[in-house]
Design a protein around this ligand. Structure first.
Ligand code: GLA
Ligand code: ZN
Length: 676
């Protein structure tokens, strides 16, 4: 926890209000009222900080930082590369990003710079240097926020300009050494696609080469590397003047950049969370997706992260934008903390008067000052975070289960052609995660390069591409007693999308032989029974054979595959490997994992079966502190039965046997063992 307290506050963009001194006065007074202890400054301030090339204007910012400091409010300081000033793009058009089809972007918007461009780098470096020299040692500045949502240019984050093409070719030369090696990796003889000169290589494009997954994968890897090097350039620049930790704000399941690579450059992981609450009456799918995202972020460094942005009311960028219903702001904020966030921060403090985000929710609206429900609910969150800061200081989530979610696999499984063209890796991972969430079993969500040590159960849905060393890690995980669950379309290819030939790399562990994969239309229904119940299979079905010694727990009931295995278990070493040969629905996954949790000796912190809509998460510390967050995502009250003795960590009230939860609410409990 930075400075031993949970941060509460968020993006503050006072440069919008420099002509309104009374607003700036009021801001600081209301921040105190809302229990704001930290704001993020400078995210899009380039044009105000450097109104002309090489002319700096830091006075306004310094004054605001000092005034905040006098009120005990800390500052996360952003480098302003997220949006470029017009003088820059007018004088140096090469800083503009080029789209895959070759169109050069026009100035405007944001996040649309070429990260390779030497001019962009030089101009960013110069401003970062001045900014960090002037502000980087101020007492209340606590963290660097590098740029903003790197790559977040409404979709594709990559630049296809000539500078980028040249760098890509250089990157490929380094990776492969020879064209022969590259052509082999891409299986280039097929369709006469082998390159005979490096300069023939061009980034994947809709009007050019998009059919070679090996090339597409390398392009995606290269884009991450270029963005990393841009980000590292900024980090190195500010570090020269300041010893503060650095972060950059990540986004929800963002496919454009491999965050599992970028984590190494950052001290703290932070991300911007905008769940679609009230999309439907049933909030569970949204809660599950938000929780999965939090777990991805936490698992990047296996440490608490920061919720850098969230909205206190409604966003403005979806087709319809419901305002958070009473209680939801508190619940979603506490959910982030429950899953490992050490902050609740917002975009933004005050709604702008004009431009793109004037109707995006903020702590303060255009009217009524602090006299709004949003302001009251924000203040309540602030007060609550203040109250639990000490309790949570030093606590972390320590799950015993992990789900594999790997960026490179994401790219590969969705870029490749077949067996379906609408493969949705995130949906598949989240559908497995949902079974854990509903049971209240906390999980890490990790990449294929991460260690599996310390987990009892690892689930790896749609694990199509096996990264270097992954099969070995799984083999020793299962050999040492772990329970491993994987699904159809796993272990198909290596890192350049070349299929494994001969056998599945984990055939010995899984105890199955993959024969073929069927992806029929929806009329071709099929089903299987497991544990006495019948379940439908989805539209991805593998035909597999069980090897000797493999137990078959379920078989297809219909069609030409009737009698062939759907669910298998193979004991290997001290552990067991499960294979789900078909795409299976939520009801099955819930029942299936309930059995695996029992086998792994895992239950949720309350040790009860949770009613629909309720989940728990736990943060604990080495000193024996255990804080259990009990969250009700239903809009109505729910009664939990069969709980042991617990004490409300905030009010001291004790509960035994039953616990009443209000609609959209979260309670923090402490175990009796610790209290007694
Ligand atoms: C992102 C950006 C913010 C703001 C919000 C709006 O998270 O970082 O600047 O645009 O979206 O939801
Ligand atoms: Zn470029």
């Amino acid at each position: 926890m930075i400075g031993g307290k949970l941060l509460h506050g968020g993006d503050y963009n006072p440069e919008q209000w420099l002509e309104y001194p009374e607003i700036l006065e009021e801001d600081i007074r209301l921040m105190k009222e809302a229990h704001v202890n930290c704001v993020t400054l400078g995210v899009f301030s380039w044009a105000v900080l450097e109104p002309e090339e090489g002319t700096y204007n830091f006075g306004w910012m310094e004054e605001i930082i000092d005034r905040l400091g006098a009120e005990g409010i800390q500052v996360v300081l952003a480098t302003p590369s997220g949006a470029m000033p017009h003088w820059l793009t007018a004088k140096y058009p090469e800083v503009m990003q080029v789209q895959p089809d070759g169109t050069k972007n026009l100035p405007g918007k944001r996040h649309n710079f070429c990260y390779t461009s030497p001019v962009m780098r030089a101009k960013t470096r110069a401003l970062d240097h001045e900014l960090s020299a002037r502000m980087g040692r101020k007492e209340n500045v606590i963290l660097w926020h590098i740029s903003n949502e790197l790559g977040g240019n409404f979709g594709d984050s990559s630049c296809h300009c000539e500078q980028c093409q040249e760098s890509f070719r250089g990157w490929l030369k380094e990776r492969y050494g020879t064209l022969d090696a590259l052509n082999h990796a891409y299986w280039g003889r097929f369709w006469s696609h082998a390159y005979s000169g490096w300069d023939q290589i061009h980034s994947p494009a809709p009007h050019g080469e998009w059919t070679m997954t090996g090339l597409t994968l390398d392009w995606r890897r290269f884009v991450t590397e270029q963005m990393r090097s841009f980000c590292r350039m900024e980090i190195e620049t500010v570090r020269r003047n300041s010893a503060l930790p650095v972060t950059t704000n990540f986004m929800e399941f963002f496919k454009g950049l491999d965050y599992q690579k970028m984590r190494d450059d950052l001290d703290v992981i932070s991300w911007d969370s905008y769940p679609f609450w009230h999309e439907r009456k049933d909030e569970v799918p949204t809660a599950v997706l938000a929780a999965a995202n939090h777990n991805v972020m936490r698992s990047l460094k296996k440490k608490p992260f920061l919720l850098m942005e969230s909205v206190p009311s409604a966003v403005n960028w979806r087709k319809h934008n419901p305002v958070k219903r009473p209680g939801m702001h508190m619940l979603s904020s506490m959910q982030a903390v429950a899953h490992g966030s050490d902050s609740v921060q917002y975009f933004q403090w005050r709604k702008g008067r004009g431009a793109y985000e004037k109707f995006h929710g903020a702590v303060l609206g255009h009217k009524n000052g602090s006299g709004t429900r949003t302001f009251r609910e924000v203040s309540e969150v602030g007060a609550r975070l203040e109250g639990v800061s000490e309790l949570l200081d030093g606590t972390v989530n320590m799950p015993k289960a992990a789900i594999i979610f790997d960026w490179e696999n994401w790219w590969a499984v969705e870029d490749t052609t077949g067996p379906r063209l609408d493969t949705d890796y995130v949906a598949s991972v989240v559908s497995h995660y949902r079974a854990f969430w509903e049971a209240g079993i906390d999980t890490d969500i990790i990449g294929m390069e991460d260690s599996l040590e310390g987990y009892r159960l690892v689930a790896a849905p749609l694990n199509y591409m096996y990264r270097e060393g992954y099969a070995e890690r799984v083999r020793s995980f299962v050999g040492n007693g772990g329970i491993y669950v994987t699904t159809c379309f796993s272990g198909m290819v290596g890192e350049s999308d070349l299929c494994f030939i001969g056998r599945h790399p984990l055939e010995d562990v899984l105890g199955i032989i993959q024969e073929e994969i069927d992806a029929p239309g929806e009329e071709f229904t099929n089903s299987f029974s497991y544990g006495g119940k019948e379940y439908p299979v989805g539209e991805l079905r593998e035909v597999i054979r069980a090897k000797e010694g493999t137990d078959i727990h379920a078989v297809y009931r219909e069609d030409y595959v009737a009698g062939l295995p759907v669910v298998t278990e193979h004991r290997f070493g001290e552990g067991a490997a499960w294979y789900l040969a078909a795409d299976t629905g939520r009801c099955f996954l819930k029942d299936f994992y309930r059995d695996r949790f029992r086998e792994a000796g895992m239950n949720n912190s309350l040790d009860i079966e949770l009613p629909y809509g309720v989940t728990v998460a736990e943060r604990s510390a080495d000193d024996g502190r255990r804080i259990v967050f009990v969250m009700n995502f239903k809009g109505e009250p729910v009664k939990l039965e069969g709980i042991g003795r617990w004490t409300d960590a905030e009010t001291g009230e004790s509960y035994e046997g039953t616990l009443d939860l209000e609609g959209f609410s979260c309670l923090l409990l402490r175990g009796n063992a610790e209290i007694d």
